[in-house]
Design a protein around this ligand. Sequence first.
Ligand SMILES: [Zn+2]
Length: 95
Amino acid sequence: MTRCATRTRICAWPPAITANPPRNACPVCDKTRLSLVHYVYGDALGKSAGQAKARAELARMAATLPEFDVYVVEVCLDCGWNHLVRSYALGAVSA
Ligand SMILES: [Zn+2]
């Protein structure tokens, strides 16, 4: 997956579900209400693909589903600014 494609998808993602305490100030509006959101993607997810998940739910999904991708996105709750922090795979790795 290319970074370009990833960024494009993030822009179209649904409103955030907050998951973690803020770490920095927003580079756009300088507010500090930033939150990390974990979005999941993958063919194995069905209708859950593209949704934001809490950490506890990610752990449960990782134990029960085939491999899927997690995108950690930092979101400003004031102006909607967001960017991809990192991405990784969870779930059972197919042989
Ligand atoms: Zn902001």
